[in-house]
Design a protein around this ligand. Structure first.
Ligand code: PSU
Ligand code: MN
Length: 326
């Protein structure tokens, strides 16, 4: 993998000088968010939101900004023209965000994409593999992939879960996407020995919805420093797995469970009748949910992504303060 990895000079310098770095995934850029400009998202993201840009690109740039404002260097991870990048230039980010042929790359897809000189956005699974190659310990995303509803008939289980079992990285997220079977997803995280640490919450956050009182996390931390301490101890025990740091969507923008469930049901029926399956399911569902909720799920998604970027930067600081690179 290292043969194909290109670390952006700013990221390389930060890693070398032991300054905090936060990896950002790009499947959310290529497949997770709409490409139309959306000025109303400034209400969520603040005045620095670039309203005239496609929303997916504006979000990727806003996440990089949030990481910088929290004193870390963003490493946006992608495959561009067959090379694996940790850190993109502004031009590369813009190209990837507008490339209609950009693939959604999970860990198994990166090798073929590199050999074919293709470009694509990395899922959580692929980003974790890239973090291991680059030596990055903190990573922010929205919600991880997991066990899809209806798994007993059709076992659609995201490769994110397996990847979490074998990358020593702290992944900051708002739990797993609410379109999933969350109890089943938590059972898998348990089996794969991935600590699920609630930041200020004993319950598992449900992506765009508030945490579910019936879903306990495996540990609670008060803040980023405590998450970093737990991760360091986990890895000192030679545990090969990631640490999932979970925090709820900011309350102002969270959706109610009832609103979300109604939309998920409708979107699931559409997906089934259109024969959508495999890697296309998650992008289809996220797109339909945004429409069916009148943009509410999109607002919540943007709010939680930015919140997670900031927290991941704090965790990167915490890990370095503890000297937790081994
Ligand atoms: N979080 C978001 N939006 C997204 C995703 C996560 O807020 O689009 C992406 C992540 O890249 C995650 C992927 O890895 O969805 C999961 O896809 P699948 O269920 O096909 O494994
Ligand atoms: Mn899947």
């Amino acid at each position: 993998m290292h043969r194909h990895l290109h670390i952006h000079p700013e990221v390389a310098e930060a890693l070398h000088a032991r300054r905090p770095v936060v990896a950002l995934e790009t499947a959310v850029l290529t497949h997770g968010l709409p490409r139309e400009a959306n000025a109303s998202l400034a209400r969520v993201a603040g005045p620095a939101w670039e309203s005239s840009l496609p929303a997916n690109l504006a979000l990727a740039r806003a996440m990089e900004r949030a990481v910088r404002e929290a004193g870390a260097v963003p490493a946006t991870m992608a495959v561009i023209d067959g090379s694996l990048r940790a850190g993109l230039s502004a031009e590369e980010l813009e190209r990837l965000g507008s490339d209609a042929s950009a693939r959604k790359l999970s860990s198994r897809d990166m090798g073929p994409a590199i050999a074919q000189r293709a470009s694509g956005g990395l899922t959580v699974a692929a980003t974790l593999a890239a973090c291991t190659a680059a030596g990055i310990r903190s990573f922010a995303t929205g919600g991880i992939g997991g066990v899809h509803r209806g798994w007993s008939q059709h076992p659609d289980i995201s490769a994110d879960l397996l990847a979490l079992s074998r990358a020593q990285v702290v992944v900051t997220c708002a739990g797993a996407k609410s379109i999933l079977d969350l109890p089943a997803t938590l059972e898998w995280l348990d089996s794969l020995s991935v600590p699920v640490i609630g930041i200020g919450t004993p319950h598992f956050p449900c992506f765009t919805c508030p945490p579910d009182a019936s879903l306990p996390v495996s540990a609670v931390a008060r803040d980023a420093t405590e998450v970093a301490a737990a991760a360091r101890a986990h890895w000192q025990l030679q545990q090969p797995s990631a640490v999932l740091a979970v925090q709820p969507c900011p309350a102002t923008f969270a959706m109610t469970r009832a609103d979300l469930d109604r939309a998920v049901q409708a979107a699931e029926q559409e997906a089934a009748s259109k024969g959508i399956h495999g890697p296309a399911v998650t992008p289809f569902m996220l797109g339909r949910l945004a429409t069916l909720t009148g943009g509410k799920s999109l607002e919540a998604n943007v709010a939680l992504l930015l919140h997670n970027a900031t927290t991941a930067a704090r965790i990167a600081h915490g890990l370095l303060d503890l000297g937790a690179s081994t």
